[in-house]
Design a protein around this ligand. Structure first.
Ligand SMILES: [Ca+2]
Length: 102
């Protein structure tokens, strides 16, 4: 279910691997351009703002992003997963971080 107050992908510009996404709410992903898992369905979009590349995936295809990875130009990356708790409170939790190639 897409809510009208969801962030759009372009509003994520400025996020990098050191960002704290905890309070960032739902992210609208209505126009994915990449089929990341190869099942023939577009599920992912990317955004590059010069210093960082963002990879945003809607794994359950409900129109809202579920995973977000930021890769900075120094190779540092971080990944987060979006979840809505049983209490209805949503948020992003960091699930991975490191440096590409290490
Ligand atoms: Ca989703």
């Amino acid at each position: 279910m897409v809510t009208s107050d969801a962030f759009s992908l372009t509003e994520l510009s400025g996020i990098d691997a050191t960002s704290e996404l905890g309070d960032l709410g739902a992210v609208d992903l209505q126009h994915p351009t990449i089929d990341l898992d190869g099942d023939g369905v577009l599920d992912t979009a990317t955004l590059s703002d010069g210093d960082s590349l963002l990879v945003v995936t809607d794994t359950d295809l409900d129109g809202l992003a579920d995973e977000l990875t930021a890769v900075d130009d120094d190779g540092v990356f971080a990944s987060w997963r979006y979840e809505v708790g049983a209490d209805g409170v949503d948020g992003w939790t960091e699930i991975n971080h490191g440096r590409v190639g290490e």
